[in-house]
Design a protein around this ligand. Structure first.
Ligand code: SF4
Ligand code: SF4
Ligand code: SF4
Length: 203
């Protein structure tokens, strides 16, 4: 198995780059492909049918179908710890290969905090955004339950979408609704390295 470095964890790139978007709470890709048995239980559990069978039979997100509400149904049915909550204060130990499968069903302590289900952020390319080109559109903002997208009114009928990265959970709800496909979803990289654009495009 490949090793995952502390820096890779800290920079939020625990899923690695150039990989499909796995279901929420997926362990790092290097381990995911070892621990996932391709049982399809997470695919079947997703009420909104956002998880699909991807390359090699492994599950992946299809954001063309909508956004994830992090209900946890996929996490709850995964028996192999391929989907697993990672305590913030115990990342390296939890992800040590010998420990990964040990406590998937452990109840969360009220005091325990976990890494977010994934490290994905939306991005809006304003150049071709309808709202920036004097056409009324608020689709992305209306789809964002986290209110991460607001609009700044400008002269000339322009309303500029503003994305609050801190508030964005990477749920993907804004992705499919944009009529001109100017929204992308990207894994965040917290170091100096630039993120490889990993545009969500389904399977
Ligand atoms: S439920 Fe777990 S083991 Fe089964 S396909 Fe989904 S991630 Fe893989
Ligand atoms: S801006 Fe972020 S939180 Fe809001 S809908 Fe898009 S992906 Fe989800
Ligand atoms: S949905 Fe797309 S076109 Fe409409 S305002 Fe948002 S980014 Fe612009």
């Amino acid at each position: 198995m490949a090793n995952i470095t502390r820096m890779q964890l800290l920079r939020g790139d625990i899923k690695g780059k150039n990989n499909p978007f796995r279901p929420p709470w997926a362990i790092p890709e290097e381990y995911f492909v070892d621990f996932c048995t391709r049982c399809d239980k997470c695919v079947e559990a997703c009420f909104d049918e956002l998880i699909v069978k991807g390359r090699g039979g492994f599950p992946q997100m299809d954001f063309n179908r909508g956004g994830c509400d992090f209900c946890g149904d996929c996490l709850n049915v995964c028996e192999t710890s391929a989907l697993k909550k990672i305590p913030i204060n115990n990342v390296e130990s939890t992800l040590a290969p010998k420990n990964i499968s040990s406590n998937n069903r452990e109840e969360a302590s009220d005091l325990e905090s976990y890494l977010p289900p994934w490290h994905i952020k939306a991005n809006i390319d304003l150049t071709n955004c309808l709202s920036m080109n004097a056409t009324i559109c608020r689709s992305c903002g209306e789809s964002c339950d986290d209110k991460a997208i607001t609009f700044d009114l400008k002269l000339g009928g322009i309303a500029e979408p503003k994305l609050n990265i801190e508030q964005c959970t990477g749920c993907g709800a804004c992705f499919a609704v944009c009529p001109v496909h100017v929204i992308t979803l990207t894994p965040i990289v917290l170091s100096n390295e630039s993120a490889t654009s990993q545009e969500a495009s389904g399977i």
